[in-house]
Ligand binder design. Structure first.
Ligand SMILES: [Zn+2]
Length: 325
């Protein structure tokens, strides 16, 4: 699922590509992920896209005020926005109108320069809503601070007072908006905190280290245009590159890049969570998932190889750098 860096990447791409364009007409396909499809058909044509912003994992396409032709209610005439959540597989990108529409294209907005802004979503876990100013403001009050804007003190306060697992707190959009499974695991690995630790058990220093890790990782991921795990593509149709920098997420059975211990997985907050059992000590009673057979064999073979190398070094009279003698 796209998280803050991926959504930021798409928003930046759209800002480059469609800012200032007017929506001429709109065609809808399947609409079960759209709040009020008729509102889109009624209010979007004629509106200009004045800004593209990111709010947590949402994108906001800020629209110009509607023309006062007497047909629109007061609310609709005021500034309004199109709220877009990419869900699991959503993609939003401009395309030449003559290019055949891809499968699962459910929203097509014809722009005044002849291109179409298309939204495709195979699984339709995304969400699109046309919201006037007041309902949008109400919608957005449910969310916590942006992790790139939140101060160190505020961040520490929001997690240290909580008797919930730190991973659950990072995923909770009411605490922080924009962090998901990938960037929570990556920042916890970097901060050497186990995902199942309780927020209230973290020291102030740990909370601050986590805050710093989160900032650093999110900013780097934005520079690398996000992580392409399954099918994330930016507004230019390019995959991101941050997945090459993953240190924990999706690396079960592989060596920790800090201490060489095998990365493990366990369920925290109902999600698969990846961590280094040595760098990130687990709280008492935490259950680790058994390694998949192939990874377990590879890990055992690696240990055996290390043992043999060490033995032969001793035989040869060499001093292995990893040996105590
Ligand atoms: Zn480690």
């Amino acid at each position: 699922m796209p998280e803050l860096p991926e959504v930021e990447t798409v928003a930046r791409g759209l800002r480059q590509a469609i800012l200032g364009r007017r929506i001429v007409s709109i065609t809808l396909g399947k609409t079960d992920f759209i709040d009020d499809p008729m509102a889109l058909e009624q209010h979007l044509p004629g509106r200009r896209i004045e800004a593209v912003e990111r709010y947590g994992k949402f994108m906001l396409l800020r629209l110009s005020a509607a023309g006062t032709n007497g047909n629109l209610s007061d609310d609709a005439a005021k500034q309004a926005s199109l709220l877009v959540h990419l869900g699991m597989t959503g993609q939003m990108a401009p395309s030449p109108a003559e290019k055949p529409r891809e499968k699962h294209t459910h929203v097509c907005m014809l722009l005044d320069d002849g291109r179409e802004l298309r939204y495709t979503d195979a699984r339709r876990f995304g969400r699109i809503a046309y919201l006037a100013e007041a309902p949008l403001a109400e919608e957005l009050t449910r969310f916590g601070a942006d992790p790139l804007e939140v101060g160190k003190e505020q961040f520490a306060e929001s997690i240290r007072g909580r008797r919930a697992r730190i991973k659950a707190l990072l995923l909770d959009q009411r605490v922080l908006r924009g962090v998901g499974n990938i960037y929570s695991d990556e920042s916890l690995w970097r901060a050497k905190i186990h995902p199942a630790q309780l927020g209230e058990n973290l020291s102030r220093k740990q909370a601050e280290t986590l805050w710093r890790a989160l900032q650093k990782i999110l900013r780097k991921a934005i520079v690398l245009r996000g992580s392409s795990i399954s099918d994330f593509l930016d507004a230019e149709g390019e995959p991101g590159e941050y997945q090459r920098r993953h240190r924990a997420y999706g690396r079960e059975g592989k060596a920790c890049q800090r201490c060489k211990t095998v990365i493990r997985r366990g369920m925290v907050a109902g999600r698969s969570s990846y961590f280094c059992p040595k760098c990130q000590p687990a709280p008492y009673g935490f259950v680790v998932s058994p390694l998949p057979k192939r990874a377990a064999t590879a890990a055992a073979e690696k240990m055996e190889r290390t043992r043999r190398t060490a033995k032969s070094r001793i035989k040869m009279g060499q001093k292995g750098s990893d040996l105590p003698y």
